[in-house]
Design a binder for this molecule. Structure first.
Ligand code: ME8
Length: 505
């Protein structure tokens, strides 16, 4: 079984914000989880560079677009690195391998007769990089970007999207999980059922983009160039190896709801026209909101994820965005919210559980964890299956909640079993051994289940308990997974206190 997960490729005209980090974090959790399950996994992220807004900003700064792109891409390559994303390849649409692939892809569609020349006249929003109808505007402006679209009239090449309406409807009817959540599938399906118009796949007289192979006076429309990245990367990411056969059929695209139509309607049609399988699945998530408004570059209310990581560390940021907002829905994010969850859930629930467990093993048993027992009070097999089935349904928030229920159960167990009382009574020695083992054992399973979300913390938990940390295989989540060991010391706090003043700064 293979698992191939992608993020959107982000526009490089400005620097990353927490909304972009969100999709990358979610994709990374899935990639790490599927590797734990022993599946052959490929994780792709990257940048979308041929937008007209890039050419425009570059010109304002007196730079060639490629020089500007090379400068900006550094911020975008830093993003997954700082997020501790385990991507297998970072694609840039300015890569030679990509450009060549885009040309071949379009040539195939052209030869199949689904691309034809025509004249386009209409309103174009540079913010969306898309044509708009009058009906989509509010007071003559794009509702998303608040700017007036420009009138454009030019010769373009068109893709015969209208010819794919029936096949797309069949696809949605046959595959109920093609697009998730279901309400998003319904949204895409009703757009298709409403009638599809052919769309322009090229722009005239622009130097910035991939030239149309049969007519070099035109370049590909940025969205077509961008969507093709998901296949092109497989063709050239590894020297001398074509990964398409291994991964294409199993691709899962993660996207925000802003780009649903391009992905759920245009993209499958383009693939069919070029002779490819449609994607295995698309998951459309909601928006992170700040004071109820979408966080976005054009609205100017962005939170720089790297600043948050500087203060809180990477794991808490990964945790917070997936914990605070139910994955798939819109929800609010705030620095206060992050601070609160950092203290209460990471510091108190998880951090203290490890501190107490290791401190008690150090104090009452001289750091020795007795030999394993496979009788666990934690219903670990059910736990493992429940977490996995949430993740299979892209319910990243539900999986995290299941893990947190176990964290809380262990904390309650400390209270109800009161090891400090047991320690006073030599006759209850084996009872105390048992409690300490169960806590350590439960924490091991928690660490492995949390590893996709909190990769650094998971290793620290395992190390503090003297457990092997190099193997995070999913089957290690089972009763009696903790091995006998010695030398356990009181662990350093996993999440030391952070002064709110530091956070506000
Ligand atoms: O659309 N909340 O790039 P982009 C959650 N280049 N996610 C958010 C978000 C928010 N407030 N803001 C952005 C493009 N995102 C195209 C994509 S793909 C072939 C081409 C995330 O830089 C979310 O994934 O505008 C959204 O779909 C994406 O960033 C848009 O990134």
């Amino acid at each position: 079984m293979a698992f191939y997960v992608t993020t959107p490729i982000y526009y490089i005209n400005s620097t990353p914000h927490i909304g972009n980090a969100y999709t990358t974090i979610a994709a990374d959790v899935l990639a790490r989880h599927h590797r734990q399950r022993g599946e052959e996994t490929f994780f792709l992220t990257g940048t979308d560079e041929h937008a007209s807004k890039v050419a425009r900003v570059a010109e304002e700064e007196g730079l060639e677009p490629k020089v500007f792109a090379d400068r900006m891409v550094k911020h975008w390559q830093e993003l997954p690195r700082r997020l501790n994303a385990s991507h297998d390849f970072f694609i840039r649409t300015t890569d030679e391998g990509h450009k060549q692939f885009v040309q071949e892809f379009l040539q195939r569609i052209y030869e199949n007769g689904d691309i034809y020349a025509g004249t386009y006249a209409g309103l174009y929003c540079v913010g969306c990089e898309a044509f708009k109808t009058e009906a989509e505007l509010v007071d003559g402006r794009c509702p998303e970007h608040g700017i007036e679209p420009e009138w454009i009239e030019e010769k373009n090449y068109f893709f015969r999207l209208s010819a794919y309406q029936e096949r797309l409807l069949e696809l949605y009817d046959q595959r109920s999980d093609f697009v998730l959540p279901t309400f998003r599938a319904n949204e895409a399906r009703s757009f298709i059922a409403g009638g599809l118009e052919d769309f322009s796949v090229s722009r005239a007289g622009q130097p910035w983009g991939v030239p149309i192979p049969w007519d070099e006076s035109q370049v590909t429309y940025v969205w077509v160039d961008a969507l093709i990245n998901y296949v092109s990367a497989l063709a050239y990411a590894r020297d001398g190896e074509d990964l398409r056969d291994r991964f294409w059929r199993d691709v899962r695209h993660l996207i925000g709801k802003d780009i649903l139509r391009f992905h759920c309607v245009f993209w499958p049609a383009l693939l069919l026209a070029a002779g490819y399988d449609v994607p295995r699945q698309l998951f459309v998530h909601g928006f992170l909101l700040l004071d109820e408004r979408k966080i976005s570059k054009s609205v100017g209310n962005t939170i720089d994820p790297l600043d948050l990581i500087d203060v809180y560390g990477v794991d808490p940021v990964r945790f917070y965005v997936l914990r605070a907002v139910s994955f798939g829905q819109d929800g609010n994010a705030s620095i206060d919210g992050l601070h609160e969850r950092y203290e209460r859930e990471l510091g108190n629930d998880l951090g203290n559980l490890l501190s107490r467990t290791t401190a008690m093993i150090a104090r009452y048993r001289d750091g020795r964890l007795p030999s394993a027992t496979d009788v666990s009070p934690w219903a670990i097999d059910a736990f493992r299956n429940e977490v996995a089935s949430h993740l299979d349904a892209f319910d990243l928030t539900g999986a995290l909640e299941t893990i947190w229920q176990l964290v809380r159960k262990l904390n309650q167990h400390v209270e109800t079993s009161a090891p400090w009382q047991l320690a006073k009574d030599e006759a209850r020695r084996s009872e105390l051994d048992r409690v300490l083992y169960d806590l350590a054992d439960g924490l091991c399973s928690i660490a492995i289940a949390l590893a996709p979300y909190l990769p650094e913390t998971a290793l620290r938990i395992l190390a503090a308990l003297g457990q092997p940390a190099e193997d995070l295989a999913w089957e290690r989540i089972r009763p009696g997974t903790a091995v006998e060991t010695e030398g356990i010391e009181p662990a350093q706090p996993l999440f030391p206190r952070i002064e709110p003043t530091t956070a506000a700064a």
